[in-house]
Write a protein that binds this ligand. Structure first.
Ligand code: FDA
Length: 304
């Protein structure tokens, strides 16, 4: 827990992230979790996954843009991705973050950009997932999802089991019919809003899996945790939930063998494939999840 806090703090330190950004791709460290810096590199990785009968969700990395021009650029990049998925005939959709689309600059700007993306995606019958960021954004993200849902049914979002509020949020989203991806949560949150103990995060995760399998519209169970996976499979069987009506999701580069095993056993599997020049904050969250990853980075930096 202490190491996780330090690593998540480092993720917000500009000098450290600039240093890592300079070293990361050239030494290959970043490629452990990031498909590359260009869309073309990500396409290659997604094609490889599709060849193994695994679907993907593209993530053009970037968060917290500083001005409307940056938000517009990120919006255009998402629309380009939809174009690429169509042209390359990939089995993939798009995940994005609202702070990429200008959430820090105001809800209206962000909503406008989201509407542009969803309208373009709808023309291609494509689904767009809004990732969930730190707890300071949860309420506003859900408010935007509610607003979008009135006109666009090709949008879904993410719920984090570490937040105390998530039980109610899952119920609300299920009531509306919005597709939910369930994850544990990757940010450093105060105990005022989130369970501080892993044991409680896991218990909350299992309860929410059960609720989503009981009632959720095509839930996505996003985890690499063997206990959560076992619980999901057992609950899906108990509830008679058809494997084609929900899916597992995992991150690019994590438990690759397990991704293949679950797919071979007949479960839907979608891999989250991030790419882009701004890979550092995403990469640091992955490092913070597992102390062994920090050692991996340290060894590679020292070797380079
Ligand atoms: P846990 O962290 O307990 O890990 C279980 C096991 O998985 C570990 O023992 C290890 O074997 C393996 N593992 C997990 N993380 C690893 C890593 N970084 N490196 C190597 N092995 C690792 N979060 C968020 O806040 N908002 C979001 O929108 C999303 N979106 C999202 C999409 C998808 C498809 C996934 C899979 C995850 C997210 N997350 C996320 C991240 C999520 O909240 C969480 O931080 C990670 O998935 C790790 O949690 P696990 O459930 O895997 O369990």
């Amino acid at each position: 827990m202490i190491l996780r806090s330090i690593l998540l703090k480092l993720a917000g330190n500009r000098r450290f992230t600039e240093f890592l950004s300079r070293k990361g791709m050239s030494t290959g460290i970043a490629r452990r979790f990031v498909a590359g810096e260009t869309a073309q590199e990500a396409v290659q990785e997604i094609r490889r996954l599709n060849d193994q009968d695994i679907s993907a969700t593209f993530d053009h990395l970037g968060e917290n843009v500083l001005d409307a021009a940056g938000a517009d650029q990120a919006t255009e990049a998402c629309m380009d991705l939809i174009e690429i998925i169509e042209k390359e005939e990939l089995r993939a959709n798009v995940s994005l973050k609202l702070t990429q689309l200008g959430l820090d600059l105001g809800d209206e700007l962000c909503l406008g950009n989201m509407r542009r993306i969803l309208t373009r995606a709808e023309e291609s019958g494509m689904f767009i997932r809004i990732d969930m960021e730190g707890a300071q954004y949860t309420q506003r993200t859900l408010k935007i999802v509610h607003a979008l849902w009135r006109d666009c049914k090709n949008v879904g979002t993410v719920i984090q089991s570490y937040l105390y509020r998530s039980g109610q949020d899952v119920e609300d989203l299920m009531e509306m019919g919005v597709r939910v991806r369930l994850c544990k949560g990757a940010y450093k949150e105060p105990r005022r809003v989130a369970f501080p103990r892993k044991k409680d995060v896991d218990k909350s995760y299992q309860n929410l899996v059960t609720r989503l399998l009981e009632k959720g519209e095509y839930p996505a169970i996003a985890t690499h945790d063997p206990t959560m996976i076992e619980h999901t499979v057992a609950e899906a069987n108990r509830l008679g939930r058809d494997p084609s009506s929900w899916e597992f999701q995992m991150l690019y580069g994590i438990r690759v063998g397990e991704q293949l095993r679950l797919r071979k056993e007949g479960y839907g599997m979608r891999v989250y494939v991030p790419y882009g020049k701004q890979w550092c904050p995403y990469f640091m969250r992955r490092i913070a999840e597992r102390p062994a990853n920090a050692l991996f980075v340290l060894k590679n930096i020292l070797r380079s």
